[in-house]
Design a protein around this ligand. Structure first.
Ligand code: HPA
Length: 274
């Protein structure tokens, strides 16, 4: 079974219920097995992967990002839309808004962040001038307006290691460095997608103003609660966007790396994507 488009569901987005005829598939990768749900939406084959597992049992620093992206590439996926709960560093990005990052600042450490570990895997330096696919981002942005949703295009996502939230001092530092949003999961996911030659866009769902910008402590419950209130909008935005994405890729994402060609060849050899 194959799919051209995948959704990686982050915090609060665990169910592939939006898809029809959903079936579960276990995909074997060199980094371990991955469970992916495959289903149909308006005639398209769509893959769904819950980043943290169905019951949010995997914390951000322990997600097997390499296995997830590799599995999607093996399935023939070309476009990935990821959801990420984010804290806002800017007043204009209010809880309930959607923000599409176009850049990131990486403050993670110790996460396996490349398919190119040297030796047999080789050495490769992927270009991340445009880490988030401009074509998929444009479709998401244009889809939001007629739906009455607030979708901001272009923001700097600061990826922290987690699982703790930030100190107010860290947030002040991130603000000065040009950060707009803070979250724990976009890196290395977006980088691995670039290495694998996949288009990758992230829909940041603002769940809170970042630490120190409000006069109460942050909690995962608050994040989940705001997410739960807005998850229907998030689903609508993504599913409406998926059907509007042109079949032809008009971006540089496919170039990826030598691995991208190998994975595409592997996917073609397995089953022909629709
Ligand atoms: N910080 C880090 N990750 C987050 C936040 C935050 O404030 N909100 C949602 N995910």
């Amino acid at each position: 079974m194959s799919a051209r488009i995948a959704i990686i569901g982050g915090t609060g987005v665990y169910d592939p219920e939006i898809l029809d005829d959903v079936r579960e598939e276990r995909v074997e990768t060199p980094y371990g097995p991955v469970t992916v749900n495959l289903g149909r939406f308006e005639g398209l084959e769509v893959a769904f992967l819950a980043r943290h597992g169905r019951g949010h049992q995997v914390p951000p620093h322990r997600v097997n990002y390499r296995a997830n992206i590799y599995a999607l590439a093996l399935l023939g996926v070309e476009r990935v839309i990821a959801t990420n709960a984010v804290g806002s560093l800017r007043e204009r990005y209010a809880p309930g808004h959607f923000v599409l990052p176009d850049q990131f600042l990486d403050f993670t450490h110790g996460r396996p962040a490349t398919f190119f570990e040297g030796g047999e895997a080789g050495v490769y330096h992927v270009d991340v001038t445009e880490p988030y696919c401009p074509q998929v981002r444009r479709v998401l942005h244009e889809t939001g307006r007629p739906l009455g949703l607030t979708v901001h295009d272009g923001a700097v996502y600061v990826c922290t290691q987690g699982p703790r939230f930030e100190t107010p001092a860290e947030i002040r530092m991130f603000e000065r460095l040009g950060g707009d949003l803070v979250g724990m999961t976009s890196v290395p996911e977006v980088v691995l997608a670039r290495e694998a030659g996949l288009c990758y866009a992230s829909v940041g769902m603002v769940t809170n103003y970042a630490a120190g910008l409000v006069d109460y402590p942050l909690s995962h419950e608050e994040v989940l609660e705001v997410m739960a209130r807005n998850v229907a909008n998030l689903r609508t935005l993504i599913m409406e966007a998926i059907v509007r994405i042109p079949a032809e890729r008009a971006c540089g994402c496919a170039q990826g790396s030598p691995l991208a060609q190998r994975l595409r060849a592997g996917a073609r050899a397995g089953s022909e994507p629709r």
